[in-house]
Write a protein that binds this ligand. Structure first.
Ligand code: FAD
Length: 576
């Protein structure tokens, strides 16, 4: 097999907020390090950071505090977050937003007095979501991309990571890649590797993340034997655009700020229904609003395409156009008038709270491997607050970029890859070329429906077991389905096949974790166990690949800053 060998000191997988921040920080920490960024798509054009609409949570303004941001994160996460990680997120977000403006060159919207404007986001007790209109991610990723371009950082764009390759002693030796353009394999040896491929629950019928995200990072980590936490926690955003089955725009998100600004939801019978589910109405957390919409759908009170409506017109169409230009344009492209009319929406799989277990400095259990962004877990627990996602990727990406050069200095040297494993991984990636081509799209559709119907917004034991059986069947069919053995250059069918394999593997872990958690917390709702259980003895799930299959365990949450029933806020402030 034609395998090219490359070498770099520090290898970063993923070019979203986490990957790009890591590269910039690492380059600043040690300009002599050879740094390489690998990205499945084109730099600046791929991943979800570019798609961030609403904004970035940070406690900057008078009346807000890191303690308040922290309590919102912990309570929103239903007491499951890793408290040290959540604390790091909220405290470092301040530094990171200032860095984004003062060093990276972003401009965010401001109040008349020059302070940063914070918009209202659901589930938060303060309007702290800093933004650039409603297209914040484009500002962040474009400026980050320019900074990376201006530095001697090597880029392997349109390269897909397929396996994390250890040395014989278990430490990480490097990463096996496919150059998507040429179809050739490359092994990149590295002293340290950052996994920042951004999760992305694209195995659901309705989903928001970018098409390049197919849980590859978590699938690779699982195969390496790393423990994955909170894998049952798939966040559904309540307001995915529902524009019919024939457009890829269906499922894309209409941002939370719409509800924050006073937009409300109507069912197909034109009744405002959120009052039947939560006193916070449309400003309840994402899980609550998603379940309410799902219940209306199950009761048959739906719109023509089977969802509910969002209405903004009562806020003044001109005002809506001014505040939410990107959303208004997106809806208009699909034939909807967001400013003055009604737009059909449906819950859509948006974010993955589960991921690789890591330390506060982003180190994982595997010597030489670090993780940041949506591939990492623990920061959000059972629910990610809107605005905490991009804060998470930039905060921990930067931390990884600071920590990895220090780690390399303390543990210098390259390690030889396990040659047997490297060969096996190449064989695994080439598997479809040894089989007769088949209908991959039909398999993908089956997976989307199985996950949506059986392991979706509401689950129970019977549905999850049906889901697992369906995933097993789909994966078995996939393994028997091939790809025509023609050119491997830009062979997107091959990559669809690989995407589907990662999605099947992680779908199974999601389902097994959902089976393990016999209570309902945040994004995970079991209709057969609808209660949250005792908060004081909260546990998080851990999935790990063992020779006999996936092993599921539970570990207690450590309440290192605050215990259930307590608050870090002074009584007068907490009551505000
Ligand atoms: C539509 C939308 C709107 C959002 N709005 C908000 C918001 O308003 N506020 C907020 O806080 N969060 C928001 N989020 C969430 C936020 O985008 C993510 O939390 C965050 O951007 C993730 O950053 P990341 O760096 O981990 O991953 P990403 O930015 O997704 O980057 C992942 C990178 O990994 C690469 N990659 C993937 N697989 C491979 C592979 N096998 N090999 C090599 N490279 C690979 C991708 O090409 C990409 O470069 C939104 C998400 C979506 C989808």
């Amino acid at each position: 097999m034609d395998l090219e060998h490359l070498k770099t000191d520090l290898l970063i997988l993923g070019a979203g907020g986490a990957g790009l921040f890591a590269a910039l920080h690492a380059q600043k920490a040690d300009p002599d390090l050879d740094i390489t960024i690998v990205s499945k798509g084109l730099l600046g054009k791929c991943g979800c950071t570019r798609m961030v609409q609403g904004g970035y949570n940070v406690a900057l303004n008078p009346g807000d505090s890191v303690e308040r941001h922290f309590m919102d994160t912990i309570e929103g996460g239903k007491w499951l977050p890793h408290q040290e990680l959540a604390w790091t997120l909220v405290t470092k977000a301040i530094e990171r937003v200032q860095e984004l403006e003062n060093e990276i060159g972003c401009f965010f919207d401001r109040n008349p007095d020059g302070t940063l404007h914070g918009k209202a986001f659901a589930g938060q007790t303060f309007d702290r979501t800093v933004h650039k209109g409603d297209l914040t991610g484009i500002e962040i990723i474009n400026r980050l991309m320019e900074q990376v371009w201006a530095r001697p950082i090597r880029r392997l764009e349109e390269h897909r990571a397929v396996a994390l390759i250890p040395s014989s002693d278990g430490a990480l030796a490097g990463v096996l890649l496919i150059d998507v353009r040429s179809g050739k394999f490359r092994f990149v040896a590295a002293q340290a590797v950052l996994l920042a491929t951004g999760g992305g629950p694209t195995m659901y019928r309705y989903h928001t993340p970018s098409g390049d995200k197919s849980m590859d990072g978590l699938a690779m980590a699982l195969r390496l034997g790393l423990p994955l936490r909170d894998m049952e926690m798939v966040q559904f955003h309540p307001t995915g655009l529902l524009a019919g089955p024939d457009t890829r725009m269906t499922g894309t998100v209409l941002e939370e700020g719409l509800r924050g600004a006073g937009g409300y939801l109507l069912n197909g019978a034109m009744q405002r229904f959120m009052g039947d589910y939560d006193e916070k109405l449309e400003r309840a957390t994402r899980d609550v609003v998603s379940r309410a919409i799902y219940a209306e759908m199950r009761a048959g009170r739906t719109t023509p395409n089977g969802g509910v409506f969002i209405k903004m017109g009562h806020l003044g169409p001109a005002n809506v156009v001014k505040q939410f230009k990107g959303m208004v344009d997106r809806c208009r492209d699909c034939g909807f008038d967001l400013a003055g009319g009604l737009v059909e929406v449906v819950p859509t799989a948006h974010y993955f709270m589960g991921g690789v277990i890591c330390e506060v400095d982003t180190a994982t259990e595997c010597f030489g491997l670090f993780v940041a962004g949506e591939d990492a877990s623990g920061m959000h627990g059972a629910n990610r607050l809107g605005g905490n996602g991009v804060a998470n990727s930039t905060v921990f990406g930067g931390i990884a970029g600071d920590a990895m050069p220090r780690w390399i200095a303390a543990n210098p040297g390259f390690r030889a890859p396990d040659a047997r494993l490297l060969d096996a991984e190449i064989g695994r990636a080439l598997h479809p070329f040894a089989h007769q081509p088949g209908d991959l799209n039909a398999l993908r559709e089956k997976l989307l429906d199985s996950m949506w119907d059986e392991v979706g917004v509401v689950r129970d034991r019977a549905s999850i077991e049906r889901g697992i059986a369906a995933i097993d069947r789909i994966e078995a069919e996939l393994l028997a389905t091939g790809v025509a053995d023609g050119s491997r250059q830009f062979n997107l069918t091959w990559h669809d096949w690989l995407n589907l394999r990662s999605l099947c593997e992680i779908s199974r872990v999601i389902a097994l974790a959902a089976l393990k958690r016999e209570n309902s917390r945040g994004a995970h709702f079991r209709s057969d166990f609808p209660e949250p259980g005792d908060l004081a003895t909260s546990k998080f799930t851990v999935a790990r690949h063992r020779s006999g299959g996936i092993e599921m365990t539970e570990l207690p949450v450590a309440f290192t800053h605050v215990k259930p029933g307590e608050t870090l806020l002074r009584a007068s402030l907490a009551a505000e």
